[in-house]
Design a binder for this molecule. Structure first.
Ligand SMILES: NC(=O)c1ccc[n+]([C@@H]2O[C@H](COP(=O)([O-])OP(=O)(O)OC[C@H]3O[C@@H](n4cnc5c(N)ncnc54)[C@H](OP(=O)(O)O)[C@@H]3O)[C@@H](O)[C@H]2O)c1
Length: 246
């Protein structure tokens, strides 16, 4: 199959490209920047998108906009896909986009609804937080003498596990919104910060804090978790120490 990966230069997109190529598929990587292994295009302005999408059977849409323009990216992609004869669009979303009242999540949920109403063949895969994001959030665990962490839990998942799942979806028939995909463990932010500290060899005092506000209440209630879906294989500690079982 001929497959376009938007966001193929990103944290998730890179292993998606690797996984699809390992499966023998012909992959195009979209990027706003020119490069030897990329096709140029910008989903915000539409520049280059028609030719990037032309002739592909599937688009794995990993590109994202953290500044509220997620639907704009989706709209550009859908218009080009209609013009190109309607390839299958596989969209990556986040567990809890309809439960956690965060602007970025609202935009992702609106984009999900936009793809579902587009009339194009589509699959939506929601995943829990990536290991890299959780490590980034807790990076203070290696720098500060005392590390304040919110009293919430995470279910971090490895991007290579998500990439394998997206590969299977891209090679299958369009399936609408499929079951959530989550990491193997649910751990408190305190446990995760301890793991970050241990992996770096620097031990800090970790202080769990209750954070006010409806967004943190939604996180504290587990709106971003998928306890019934622990399909990811790699644990957070394995990710931190590079001891993976892939
Ligand atoms: N991070 C998490 O914990 C998490 C969890 C679940 C789901 N997700 C979802 O997974 C997807 C990938 O996330 P990520 O963390 O891998 O993102 P990322 O590393 O920040 O990569 C973002 C990608 O989007 C591309 N991009 C941004 N604006 C673009 C535009 N206007 N036109 C074309 N491409 C554009 C960038 O490509 P260039 O810079 O090369 O143009 C880049 O490859 C997102 O949809 C995200 O919501 C993330």
């Amino acid at each position: 199959m001929r497959i376009l990966v938007t966001g193929g230069t990103g944290q998730l997109g890179r292993p998606v490209v690797e996984s699809l190529r390992a499966a023998g598929e012909e992959v195009r990587v979209l990027s706003r920047k020119a490069g030897p292994d990329t096709v140029p295009g910008d989903l915000r302005t539409g520049r280059g998108i028609d030719s990037a999408v032309a002739g592909v059977d599937v688009v794995v849409h990993c590109a994202t906009d953290f500044f509220g323009r997620e639907t704009q990216l989706a709209r550009t992609l859908v218009e080009a896909a209609r013009w190109a004869g309607g390839p299958h669009i596989v969209y990556v979303s986040i567990v809890g986009v309809d439960r956690v009242p965060l602007g970025y999540y609202r935009a992702k949920h609106a984009a999900e609804e936009f793809f579902a109403a587009s009339g194009l063949p589509y699959t939506i895969q929601r995943a829990t937080q990536f290991h890299g994001l959780v490590r980034g959030l807790l990076a203070g665990a290696t720098r500060l003498p005392v590390v304040p962490v919110p009293r919430i839990s995470f279910q971090p998942v490895d991007v290579r596990d998500v990439a394998r799942r997206l590969t299977a979806l891209a090679l299958a028939d369009p399936a609408g919104r499929v079951a959530d995909f989550g990491g193997p463990e649910i751990l408190t932010a305190t446990e995760l910060a301890q793991a970050v500290g241990e992996a770096s060899g620097r031990f800090r005092r970790i202080v769990p804090l209750k954070v006010p506000g409806e967004t943190f209440r939604a996180y504290a209630d587990g709106g971003h978790l998928a306890p019934g879906h622990r399909e990811g294989v790699l644990t957070f500690r394995e990710y931190l120490t590079g001891r993976d079982r892939m």
